[in-house]
Design a protein around this ligand. Structure first.
Ligand code: PGA
Length: 235
């Protein structure tokens, strides 16, 4: 299974250091072999001593080595931390930061060229979901425009926008039908994201086509992220 934590705009550099220490020790002590990703803020990047199955990624990056892109980070800044994992297409960047599919595809192609692991997010808004499954699937396929689905280091995260940060995840059957729809064309690991927590992790991971989870709020405290992993691996 894959357990990924997206810090978004949370946690300080000092707490992130502490977080990695506690998470690393937990994974070692429990001898956990599952793949774990953590996406801290760019200001909290550091060289952490972690077991090999814990990977640090960036939440966003501009598709350049370096240059004049005020406020952005590029490949040069990421490579300094030996990071080769990037999150692309998160709905908060699509909706709040107004990232176009064109820019998202540009980022995807740039980091694919760099051989990065790409956690690529898609997700439909509530009004589209309310129109039914076929509308939701059509919306999701559009979010793959310009994306190479055969890229071997691709991980897809399905995160319905209406379930993000609300405390109420999508229903098991709703997740199931979307993931099995995606599975027809996507051979990469499929994650679910949207209000994943310790109390629903088992149910979510029991979905046939679900290979893991991308977690926001319930992963910002390390004890809570460890609890989710612990409950998830018990199977
Ligand atoms: P959430 O966020 O777990 O707080 O719903 C998920 C995400 O946006 O990745």
């Amino acid at each position: 299974m894959i357990f990924a934590s997206n810090f978004k705009t949370n946690n300080t550099r000092a707490y992130t250091k502490e977080y990695m220490k506690v998470l690393g020790n937990f994974v070692k002590e429990k001898d956990i072999k599952d793949d774990i990703f953590v996406f801290p803020t760019a200001t909290s990047l550091d060289s952490f001593e972690l077991p090999k199955n814990i990977k640090i990624g960036v939440q966003n990056a501009y598709p350049v080595k370096n240059g004049s892109y005020t406020g952005e980070i590029g490949l040069e800044q990421i490579e300094e931390f030996c990071i080769d994992t990037v999150l692309i297409g998160h709905s908060e960047r699509r909706v709040i930061l107004k990232e176009s599919q064109e820019l998202i595809a540009k980022k995807f192609n740039y980091f694919k060229e760099q051989n990065f692991t790409i956690v690529y997010c898609i997700g439909e808004p509530e009004e589209i979901r309310n129109e039914g499954l076929s509308s939701a699937m059509a919306y999701l396929w559009d979010e793959f425009d310009g994306i190479d689905l055969s890229y071997e280091k691709l991980i897809v995260a399905y995160e319905p926008i209406w379930a993000i940060g609300t405390g109420v995840s999508a229903k098991r059957d709703d997740i199931d039908e979307v993931l099995s729809g995606l599975r027809k064309k996507v051979k990469s690991p499929l994650l679910y994201g949207g209000s994943v927590k310790a109390s629903n992790i088992k149910e979510i991971l029991s979905i046939e086509d679900c290979d893991g989870v991308l977690i926001g709020s319930a992963s910002w405290k390390v004890e809570s992220f460890c609890e989710i992993i612990n409950n998830g691996i018990k199977g």
